[in-house]
Ligand binder design. Structure first.
Ligand code: NAP
Length: 253
C-alpha cells in the first residue's frame, strides 16, 4: 500500500498531522517510542476513516533506527508517498551544564535520523504521485539560541537542508517544505524544561492550527505558521545577529 510516514506521531504536532492526513484519506505509518499510544490513535483513525494505519515502535536516537524503519516498510510492502520528519526534542540550559549524552541524542534525533530517513526514502518518493516531505524545523532555525544552543543549531540545519532539497527535488515531483512553528502547545515545553520561559508564557499556538497551515503550504519551501511568528522572523532578518541572539537568550533565560 501507499502511505505517509509520520515520525513522532504519539503526541503534539505529529499526532495532529496523523489526524489531519487521515481525514484527507491517506494511509499512514506512525512511528515513535510509545507504541501503545500509536496503536490507540491508529484504532481511532481506522474507525473514523476508510484508511489503514500501521504503528511502528522505534527510538530514532538509536544509530540504526532509520535503516531498520525503512527495512520494516519494505518488508510490509509499504511505499512511502509522503514523509513527515517531525520527531524531535529540545533541552533548555547552558551548553556546558546540560548532559552531553542528551545533547548528542538531540543531534541524532533532530538531524541525523531525519537525514538518514530522507536519504533512504527519496527514491520511492520520486516514484510516487504528488509526493511531499515536511521537515519540522522551528522559528529557532533563524537565529542562534543561547541557553538552547544545540536545539537552535539542529533546527538551523533542518531549515538549510530542507531549502536545498526543495530545489534539488523540484524537478522530480517531490515538494520539500520546512515547517517553522513558534511556541506550540504540546509535550515539547515540559520535555525541554521551558514551561516557565517568556517564550511559552507569551502564548502558544495549538498543534492542529500549526498542522493546518503546514498542509496548506506543503508545496512551499518554508512555512511559518501564524502572523506573530512570521513577524518575529521578518523582524529578526532586519536586525543584526547580535540583537536576535540576545533576544533569544532573554526569551529562554
Ligand atoms: N512545541 C513547540 O513549541 C515547537 C516549536 C517549534 C518546533 N517544534 C518541533 O516540532 C516537532 C514536534 O514536537 P512537539 O511540539 O509535537 O513535541 P512533543 O509533543 O514532545 O512530541 C514529540 C514527538 O517526538 C517523538 N519522539 C521523541 N523522541 C523520540 C525518539 N527518540 N524516537 C522517536 N520518536 C521520538 C515523541 O514520541 P515518543 O516519546 O513516544 O517517542 C513525540 O511523538 C519537534 O521536532 C519540535 O522540535 C516544536
Amino acid at each position: 500500500m501507499d502511505a505517509i510516514l509520520i515520525t513522532g506521531a504519539s503526541a503534539g504536532i505529529g499526532e495532529a498531522f496523523a489526524r489531519q492526513l487521515a481525514a484527507e484519506g491517506h494511509n499512514l505509518v506512525l512511528a515513535a517510542r510509545r507504541v501503545e499510544r500509536l496503536r490507540e490513535l491508529a484504532e481511532t483513525l481506522e474507525a473514523s476513516f476508510r484508511i489503514q494505519v500501521v504503528s511502528l515502535r522505534c527510538d530514532l536516537t538509536e544509530e540504526k533506527a532509520a535503516a531498520t524503519l525503512a527495512a520494516e516498510l519494505d518488508q510490509q510492502g509499504i511505499r512511502v508517498s509522503g514523509l513527515i520528519n517531525n520527531a524531535g526534542f529540545g533541552d533548555r540550559g547552558r551548553f556546558q551544564d546540560l548532559s552531553l549524552e542528551r545533547q548528542l541524542n538531540m543531534i541524532q534525533l533532530n538531524v541525523t535520523a531525519l537525514v538518514d530517513l530522507t536519504w533512504r526514502l527519496v527514491p520511492q518518493l520520486t516514484r510516487a504521485r504528488r509526493a511531499f516531505i515536511i521537515n519540522v524545523a522551528s522559528t529557532a532555525a533563524f537565529q542562534a539560541g543561547p541557553n538552547m544552543a544545540i536545539y537552535y543549531a539542529t533546527k538551523a540545519f533542518v531549515l538549510s537542508f530542507s531549502e536545498a532539497l526543495h530545489e534539488e527535488l523540484r524537478g522530480q515531483g517531490v515538494s520539500v517544505s520546512a515547517l517553522c512553528p513558534g511556541a506550540t502547545a504540546s509535550e515539547f515545553a515540559r520535555e525541554a524544561n521551558m514551561t516557565d520561559t517568556l517564550l511559552f508564557k507569551a502564548g502558544t499556538m495549538d498543534a492542529a492550527t500549526v498542522v493546518r497551515k503546514a498542509l496548506a503550504g506543503r508545496h512551499r519551501a518554508i512555512v511559518i505558521p501564524g502572523f506573530r511568528n512570521a513577524l518575529m522572523v521578518w523582524l529578526g532578518k532586519l536586525s543584526p545577529r547580535l540583537v536576535t541572539r540576545r533576544i533569544a537568550a532573554r526569551l529562554q533565560a
